[in-house]
Design a protein around this ligand. Structure first.
Ligand code: NAI
Length: 308
């Protein structure tokens, strides 16, 4: 059984994709708004009926209904409005994620948690502290999204399919994220050998600003690409794929960081983030990653003490 906490745009989109990908027979949707998860579940059940999918959706306002879930996806919390940064969501979302974390520990103590709530890395930290789970079982979604965006903009510049590009974005999911051109490849060729420096700068700029751009254009933040990316991660966990992707996990000495969540390449499987992959970085790249890690540290330091 999979539970999706938060039945807003990202939660509902994710739930649809989980069903379409056939990842479980039962998907529970939980939200604090009365009627919302029940209404989404009903609509999704009608979708399954039309498409002949073997999945049943159940909507609830009771956290106890996540009991029996081996995967809990948390998309609950405030999202950015036009002009806002992810960091401005810190205090309110920390409160939400903390309380959900306590319920996850109580009702789904053996689950793997995939989290989207922003500011992402700080929320991974809060969820890790609230549940008391081993670090492997709290995985933050963002690297797949940032990487997908980097691949898209690069592909547009080069006139190739984005699927031919393996993107590597490290550090923070935010303004100081660090896309690494020397380690992102088009079929073995590093992007810094393919793109002129000014083109690469443009690609990175577009990647960093992509989320804000969508929010400015339509008045609410992205949901289709996040839903797809979270479902991809859910598949890696449910099918024990041991898939390599970039996600946020608390580091234990890797990249010289201890006790902070950072977007890094890792192997995702049944046990969660089963292994962190350490990429060799040049001194300049190490420096850029360190700056991004500092931004995460600063944000976590500014969390109220009860969440640390
Ligand atoms: P939304 O506003 O559409 O939905 C959020 C839902 O969470 C609402 O239905 C709300 O009632 C619910 N909620 C609030 N407190 C809750 C609680 N204690 N328990 C259960 N449900 C609760 O927002 P959207 O667009 O779905 O985004 C959700 C979160 O994901 C935001 O924090 C957003 O910034 C983040 N996000 C992160 C991305 C990433 O790459 N990591 C990408 C897109 C969104």
């Amino acid at each position: 059984m999979i539970t999706v906490v938060g039945s807003g745009r990202v939660g509902a989109t994710t739930a649809a994709m989980l069903g379409l990908m056939g990842l479980d027979k039962k998907i529970v949707l939980i939200d604090i708004i009365k009627g919302l998860p029940q209404g989404e579940a009903l609509d999704l059940n009608h979708m399954s009926s039309i498409l002949g999918l073997d999945v049943y959706y159940y909507g609830s306002n009771d956290y106890a209904d996540m009991k029996g879930s081996d995967l809990v996806i948390v998309t609950a919390g405030l999202a950015r409005k036009p002009g806002m940064t992810r960091e401005q969501l810190l205090e309110q979302n920390a409160n939400i994620v903390w309380s959900i974390g306590k319920d996850v520990a109580k009702h789904a103590p053996d689950s793997v948690v995939i989290l989207t709530t922003n500011p992402l890395d700080a929320m991974v930290y809060v969820m890790w502290k609230a549940t008391g789970f081993p670090r492997e079982r709290i995985v933050g979604f963002s690297g797949v999204l940032d990487g997908g965006r980097l691949a898209f903009y690069t592909a547009q510049k080069l006139g190739v399919s984005p699927s031919a590009i393996i993107p590597v974005v490290l550090g923070q999911h935010g303004e100081s994220m660090f896309p690494v051109p020397s380690r992102s490849y088009l079929y073995g060729i590093p992007l810094d050998k393919l793109l002129k420096p000014e083109d690469y700068k443009e690609v990175v700029d577009e990647t960093v600003k992509a989320g804000a751009r969508i929010t400015e254009l339509r008045g609410f933040s992205s949901n289709w690409a996040p839903g797809a990316g979270v479902a991809l991660m859910a598949k890696a966990v449910k099918r024990d794929e041991k898939r390599a992707l970039v996600a946020s996990v608390v580091l234990r000495g890797e990249y010289g960081v201890d006790g902070l969540p950072v977007e890094v390449p890792l192997i995702l499987g049944r046990g969660g983030a089963e292994k962190v992959l350490e990429i060799e970085l040049s001194p300049d790249e190490k420096n850029k990653l360190a700056q991004s890690v500092e931004a995460i540290r600063k944000l976590i330091n500014s969390l109220p003490n009860q969440y640390k």
